[in-house]
Design a protein around this ligand. Sequence first.
Ligand SMILES: [Zn+2]
Ligand SMILES: [Zn+2]
Length: 246
Amino acid sequence: MGAFEHRFAHVVWWVLHITGLAALCILPSDLRVGEAVKAHHWLVAVALSINVLAHYAVRFSDPGWASPPSPADSAQAAASRAAAPTFLPSSPSVPTYVTDCESAAPLATTAALDGNNPVLCPLCGCLRRAPATTHCRYCNRCVEGFDHHCMWLGVCVGTRNHHLFARYIAVQAAVVLLGFHYALTACGRPSPYGYTWAYAILALMGLLVLPLGFLTVAHVLLVLTGHNSRQRLGAASGWVGGARGE
Ligand SMILES: [Zn+2]
Ligand SMILES: [Zn+2]
């Protein structure tokens, strides 16, 4: 998944929203009359505007990029590695400080990252201070509290923007639910455009609403408890990771 895939996902996101906006503005004109139509159009316009703002707030946010090391950090990290090189049992040629890349499996222990023992990412050279810092292979940078790299947003979700992501996904779920509601009210009603649009939107929204609802609940709970999904999934599979900042 490279730059092309990210651009493609971005275009698909916009096409879906513009198509949905057009369809939702056209369909209900046959469903409601007078002021109700105006109110409905305003509701859709406001919901989509908030959704776009929430989307770009995450897209341009800082997920918690790890910073480049100071010369002193670099020297101390080199000394630490020389003094106590540690290796993964399953990957003897790879030091532990190399792993914790979200593309690498299994996850390495992060016990060495205690804040007093600077560790440098050999892939991007950034300084890792927090245990949950992970290298994103798409951004080619380390992210503190890495949750995942979002293809639709083209950015990592980490410690600093997880709350923005949770808000965005909640707004996106609400917009999809709104679309589902209007498509449902349009189905079976007389329309010069036929029923195809209404049923097509209903099917699309129906497919999206449940996963988005689940993601909203999951990420809101993760933000409230100070965890990320990798830690939760890791704990479930036996990898013990601490809460953020531990
Ligand atoms: Zn890195
Ligand atoms: Zn990333």
